[in-house]
Design a binder for this molecule. Structure first.
Ligand code: PEP
Length: 250
């Protein structure tokens, strides 16, 4: 039985005031929905503040990225080994904005996945196809290639302690959500691909959907057999909308 996980990716948004207001507003809905796990990924500068605010909360903390190195001459980077001190549990790896805007290759994402696990954290591996790839019917090929690189690097068993977020790039921040049926088809195919290599890993892994999820669309997505929650961007910045998504998973 996989628990529903609702995770907010705040991207490059926030201020000390906003972090305090948003976290305080989410504590009650997260505490009330005991069968839904909730996590937020603020910008790294606010992790310490978020950790302090979350000491008495069930909401888990995530980071949006990590370097492959733990320390050294890597100016501007954030080490996965430093995150545990800030109470971080999850780390997004391979978000499409990192792949597109920062040129992260599948090999780099696989190295980050491994570095995050070695720091004792849970990677949230983001995969998904572009609009062009979707229109050409290449979704399955693309997500399998993205998964294969991680499996080749870390082994299929490594996915027993990870989360997958299927995020079609054409749905991220565009207001276009994949229909529950389209998303379910891809999620089932991802699980099937993993099952060919390890049935237990495939059955246990949480596969989140991401791409313009809102309170109104969440329940339909969560009703699907292979959709185990959501990675939420824009709507995660609005307490009422994010709370509605959390409640949709209850
Ligand atoms: C995301 O950035 O992971 C995301 C899904 O964003 P949005 O919900 O805004 O599409």
């Amino acid at each position: 039985m996989r628990q529903t996980l609702v995770m907010g990716n705040w991207k490059l948004n926030g201020s000390k005031t906003m972090v305090a207001e948003l976290i305080n507003a989410l504590k009650a809905p997260a505490a009330e929905t005991t069968n839904v796990a909730v996590a937020v990924c603020p910008p790294v500068l606010f992790l310490g503040q978020a950790q302090a605010l979350l000491t008495d909360s069930v909401i888990a903390l995530g980071a949006q990225d990590a370097d492959i190195h733990t320390q050294g001459a890597f100016t501007g980077e954030n080490s996965p080994a430093m995150y545990p001190e800030f109470g971080v549990h999850y780390v997004l790896v391979g978000h499409s904005e990192r792949r597109t805007l920062h040129g992260e290759s599948d090999a780099m994402v696989a190295a980050k996945f491994s570095a995050v696990q070695q720091a004792g954290l849970v990677p949230v591996l983001c995969i998904g196809e572009t609009l062009e790839q979707f229109e050409k019917g290449e979704t399955q090929t693309v997500v399998e290639r993205q998964l294969h690189e991680v499996i080749a690097h870390s082994g299929i068993e490594a996915l027993a302690n990870a989360v997958i977020a299927y995020e079609p790039v054409w749905a991220i921040g565009t207001g276009k959500t994949a229909t529950p049926e389209i998303a379910q088809g891809v999620h089932a195919a991802i699980r099937g691909f993993l099952a060919e290599q390890n049935a237990n890993v495939a059955a246990g892994i949480q596969i989140l959907y991401g791409g313009s999820v809102k309170g109104a669309s969440a329940a339909g997505l969560f009703a699907m057999e292979d959709i185990d929650g959501a990675l939420v961007g824009g709507a995660a910045l609005q307490a009422d909308e994010f709370a509605a998504i959390i409640r949709a998973g209850a």
